[in-house]
Design a protein around this ligand. Structure first.
Ligand SMILES: [Mn+2]
Length: 292
């Protein structure tokens, strides 16, 4: 019955069935519509659906990548069901699913949801890639050891990830003193947007990254003028164009093993924000899976 009179199935990039079958797809999109520990405005649970809806509007050829990223095959899984008892259990649920996908040879793209869930795929990759580095795009340090009575609060996610792999942060412009001192004491590298621009940009950041890199993108690392649809906006962020250039350079010079895009709260901003997030996901799939 399915033929050209119907829209394609509702998958990321709305691909024809032959371009999104699980077995033949190199990439698997894992939607995690979870917000539970949010302390700013809630709404990130609507993020994955908004990104998938907006992805219907993209051109499948990306002029920056110079090819059609979908040709490696992009399968979209059903959403992970929320664990409402304990955010730590939710992270372990995402970690176990991501781990099974990695072991099946897939390139895993996780869509949040609040940033907390990024600890799942990051830890799954770190367990399988000794020496892995993590590149974190985020306005916030997220390096608290505990917040609001939980070590699995969103404000702790990069601390939890940094326990299994060193984290280099770009876009950082909000931290408490404890977080700031922890970053310095641990010897991690961080770049404010201004520091990123004045200290050499992508080439300087890449020097801190090992051969294998996992990328976690809290989308509030971008400037609120371009990315208003977040629960905890911070002025003075990165621009989409410079983030795109950074990701292109990292994928050219390192082996990017997987990534996540989190924290889109679509009701907080115009449709262009979901569109930006969809384009970011698609473009990074293209950069990361293109032949180096
Ligand atoms: Mn953040």
């Amino acid at each position: 019955m399915y033929d050209g009179r119907f829209s394609p199935p509702r998958t990321f990039a709305w691909l024809e069935p032959e371009d999104c079958a699980y077995d033949s797809s190199r990439v698997v999109v894992l939607p995690v519509p979870y917000d539970s520990t949010t302390s700013g405005k809630p709404g990130t649970r609507s993020g994955p659906d908004a990104i998938i809806d907006a992805s219907a509007e993209m051109e499948l050829f990306d002029v920056e990548v110079g090819l059609e990223p979908y040709r490696v095959g992009i399968h979209t899984l059903p959403s992970i069901a929320p664990h409402t008892g304990d955010p730590g259990e939710m992270v372990r649920r995402v970690e176990s699913v991501a781990g099974e996908l990695i072991d099946d040879g897939k390139f895993v793209v996780t869509l949040g949801g609040e940033h907390t869930i990024a600890a799942g795929p990051a830890r799954a990759h770190a367990a399988r890639k000794p020496g892995l580095s993590v590149l974190a795009i985020d306005a916030h340090a997220d390096m608290r050891d505990e917040y609001l009575d939980s070590p699995w609060n969103h404000a702790c996610v990069l601390r939890r990830i940094s326990e299994v792999a060193p984290v280099t942060q770009v876009g950082l412009r909000s931290a408490c003193r404890e977080e700031y001192e922890h970053i310095l004491a641990a010897g991690f590298h961080y770049y404010t947007p201004g520091g990123y621009r004045s200290e050499g940009g992508a080439e300087t950041v890449i020097q801190h990254l090992a051969d294998d890199v996992y990328i976690t993108i809290d989308i509030d690392g971008l400037d609120p003028a371009e990315m208003a649809a977040v629960g905890t906006p911070e002025p003075g962020g990165l621009w989409f164009g410079e983030l795109s250039e950074l990701l292109k350079a990292v994928c050219r010079e390192r082996n990017v093993v997987g990534f996540d895009v989190t924290e889109l709260a679509p009701d907080e901003g115009p449709f262009s924000c979901a569109q930006l997030a969809a384009k970011l996901v698609y473009r990074l799939i293209g950069f990361a899976t293109a032949p180096r």
